[in-house]
Design a protein around this ligand. Structure first.
Ligand code: PLP
Length: 373
């Protein structure tokens, strides 16, 4: 199989698996217990927290482990909202967020909060001016993703966060697609909260973290035995936490060379498709996650391309969700206003460090054969 859907998930790194193994086997102590058997587990969680904090320029006590990106996003939005007097206030987000944000916003709207959805340009970029205009009195939180999962487009987070700061409004970013792939530093970005997920950077599934800037007024998310300083109770997923830290550490070591390789392969793919005379437009912004390509083919159907490539052993994603009866364009594809004749033929190809030249040639030739038919 040629796997070109790294934005969906990535393979667990062998180093991360090795780091996890003891915590799944002989080191099974609960870190909250008092006897010496639990000491190693406590130390492992604390070392992982240090590593993760230093990877994003945070302090260890600002990192809270979660079950992944979805939980971190839910926590950030709901727990800032629930902190507001009378449970009222406005949240500003963008029209192209992941459903972990959009469906949380929809829930908050149902219980009385107001939500503003900022529009985006042709490549999914949120404008700082639009945010500045939307920052009216009563806004309690802005949440804009660092990089879009369908487009790979990177948002101008530092500028957006600065606009929020000038109005004394907290800023959250869903950095699930960004952490491990581009430099992410909470100080440079100026964000108050940041979500990340291990399985997007070759860590295990079901583990992630929320960065909460020290001093941020936020409610606890899961009530129980008091783990994670009482903010997110539940016995720690030690293997997951250790595996996430190992995977992130490994990603950071090779981030620059991986980015160069992924971008070279992406450029090669575009070049091969152009040379083959295929008619397409590119939706990803100029500034994008390395190797990430959202591309729309004129007169084509994204699902058809996905299924035909699947038969050739190539895994890519579509920019639309379908059910048995209808094919619905995703909210992202709708928001970026792709020309009508290209819109339905949108696919997402996201490359990783494990892709090579031969695979790129096969993807290009596969697409070429489909269109030749
Ligand atoms: N946010 C973004 C931008 C994502 O791409 C994803 C996963 O696809 C999530 C949140 C959810 O993360 P998780 O799968 O860890 O719950």
């Amino acid at each position: 199989m040629i796997y070109a859907d790294h934005a969906a998930t990535t393979r667990l790194s062998p180093k991360a698996l090795e780091a996890m193994r003891p915590w799944l086997e002989e080191e099974y102590a609960n870190p909250s217990t008092l006897y010496s058997f639990s000491r190693n587990a406590r130390r492992a969680v604390s070392e992982a927290r240090e590593k993760i904090a230093s990877a994003i320029g945070a302090n260890a006590d600002e990192i809270y482990f979660t079950s992944g990106g979805t939980e971190a996003d839910n926590w950030a939005l709901k727990s800032i909202a629930f902190r507001q007097p009378n449970q009222r206030g406005r949240i500003i987000t963008s029209a192209v967020e992941h459903h972990a944000i959009l469906n949380t916003c929809a829930f908050l709207e149902r219980i009385g909060f107001e939500v503003t959805y900022l529009p985006v340009d042709r490549h999914g970029i949120v404008s700082c001016k639009d945010l500045a205009d939307a920052l009216i009195k009563g806004t309690v939180l802005v949440s804009v993703m660092t990089a879009n999962n369908e487009l790979g487009t990177i948002e101008p987070i530092a500028e957006l966060a600065e606009a929020a700061r000038q109005h004394n409004v907290l800023f959250h970013t869903d950095a699930v697609q960004a952490v491990g792939h581009i430099p992410v530093n909470v100080e440079k970005l100026g964000v108050d909260l940041l979500s990340a997920s291990a399985h997007k950077f070759n860590g295990p599934k079901g583990i992630g973290f929320l960065y909460i800037r020290k001093g941020t007024a936020i409610e606890a998310f899961i009530h129980g035995g008091g783990q994670e300083k009482g903010m997110r109770s539940g016995t720690e997923n030690i293997a997951g936490i250790v595996g996430m830290a190992a995977a992130l550490e490994e990603h950071l070591e090779t981030m620059i060379e991986d980015a160069v390789q992924c971008e070279r392969l992406r450029a090669k793919l575009i070049d091969l498709l152009r040379k083959a005379g295929l008619d397409f437009v590119i939706n990803s912004g100029e500034s994008h996650i390395p190797g990430s390509l959202s591309i729309s083919f004129r007169g084509a159907k994204g699902e058809m391309l996905l299924h035909r490539l699947d038969l050739m052993g190539i895994a890519i994603a579509v920019g639309s969700a379908c059910n048995a009866k209808e094919t619905k364009l995703s909210h992202v594809i709708q928001a970026i206003q792709i020309p009508e004749e290209y819109r339905n033929g949108t696919v997402r190809i996201t490359l990783g460090a494990d892709n090579d030249d031969r695979q790129i040639e096969e993807i290009a030739s596969g697409l070429n054969r489909i269109f030749a038919r």
